[in-house]
Each structure stands twice: as C-alpha cells, then as structure tokens.
Design a protein around this ligand. Structure first.
Ligand code: ZN
Length: 202
C-alpha cells in the first residue's frame, strides 16, 4: 500500500509527467494545493479542462485558436501580408515574434522539429500544408524561424529542399540568437535584430 492516499499520489504522478518537474517539485505542488483554498484547485481544474475542449488549431497556419474559430486572428487579418510566411516550431514562437512587432506577414506552425532520435519524421509535422500554402498563395518569402538547435537547423534544411523548387525567397533568422536556446525565451530586441538581419539560405 502506498504511504500517501491515492488521490495525492495520483496528482504527484501527473505533475511528474510535466517537462522540467521532478518528484520533489511534484510533491511540493501537490501538498501546496492540498493546503490552498478550494477555489485554487477548482480554477486550476477548470482551466486544464478548457485547455483541450475550448481550443483548436487554425486551419491555415496551425496556430492555437478558440475551438469555435476556424482560423486565427492573424490569418483573418487582411492587412497581414499573405505572401510572406514565417515558419516556427511552436505557437509560443508566434507570440514571441508578435511581441517584437517587426513582422507583418503570416505564420506557419510546424508543431515540432525533425528528430531522428525521437523518431519525428516530416509526416509528423505540418510541412505538407505549408507547401500547399506556398503554392496556392504564390508566397514570395518564407522566413524559416526554427530554433538555432541541431534539430532546428536540420528542419530548416529539409524545408529549403522542399520549398526551393516552388520559387519563394528563403531566409533564415540571423545568428545572434543563443545557440540551442528557444525563440520563445529570446528577448524582444535580439529577436527583432535576428528578424531584420535574416539571411538568404543558399
Ligand atoms: Zn492562422
């Protein structure tokens, strides 16, 4: 029999499955909630439930959107340049780039990067819909803004190979972002500089 009552133990196990949370932090969080006012765990439970039921993905760029919206606000905004697409790994990267205010085009979220080690192949990412968009909207520039990591670079090279025959200008964010770091953690100015100084991929 476990020493802790099952509901507590279950919560600890659930926390442990989150990235960056070890057994110690998981226990600390569980006991914190046990002692916290009821409405905190209720609010948390409700927010967690709504996370999956009340959200969806934009049919065009795969950014996060509300469940009852087919396309996101950026794709719905006719002032945003359709012929310039910035390709990112995750929805949080869209947020980071939007905060710089330095990009007036649209986005495409891959939902990951190629990784032979983790068995992630092109079919697991939103690459096919990107190719379709580039063709359909006669896209003039694709900025590949995957993270400056080994997987991010490999993904950029794969995209280049796929997109080159379609003719758009292909650029990559300038170096200067911390290598191995995530776009989402880069500060606004660094990101703005990387965007402004983007280089042709050839
Ligand atoms: Zn969208």
């Amino acid at each position: 029999m476990p020493i802790l009552p099952e509901p507590v133990q279950n919560l600890i196990y659930a926390f442990e499955r989150l990235p960056g949370v070890g057994p110690k932090t998981a226990s600390r969080l569980a006991f914190f909630l046990l002692r916290a006012p009821d409405n905190l765990s209720e609010d948390l439970a409700e927010a967690l439930k709504a996370l999956k039921t009340a959200t969806g993905f934009c049919k065009i760029c795969y950014n996060i959107t509300l469940a009852d919206q087919e396309i996101c606000e950026i794709c719905a905004d006719s002032r945003r340049d359709k012929q310039s697409i910035c390709v990112v790994e995750e929805p949080l990267d869209v947020l980071a780039l939007e905060r710089t205010g330095g990009f007036q085009g649209r986005y495409h979220v891959l939902h990951g990067v190629l990784s032979p080690i983790e068995g992630i192949v092109p079919e697991d990412l939103k690459i096919r819909p990107l190719i379709e968009r580039v063709k359909q909207d006669q896209v003039k520039e694709v900025i590949i803004a995957t993270n400056p990591s080994m997987e991010g670079d490999a993904t950029a090279l794969y995209l280049r190979q796929q997109l080159i025959p379609l003719g758009p200008r292909l650029t990559r964010l300038a170096r200067g972002l911390p290598v191995g770091g995530d776009l989402e953690y880069a500060d606004q100015n660094t990101l703005l500089r990387a965007l402004a100084g983007r280089q042709d991929m050839d």
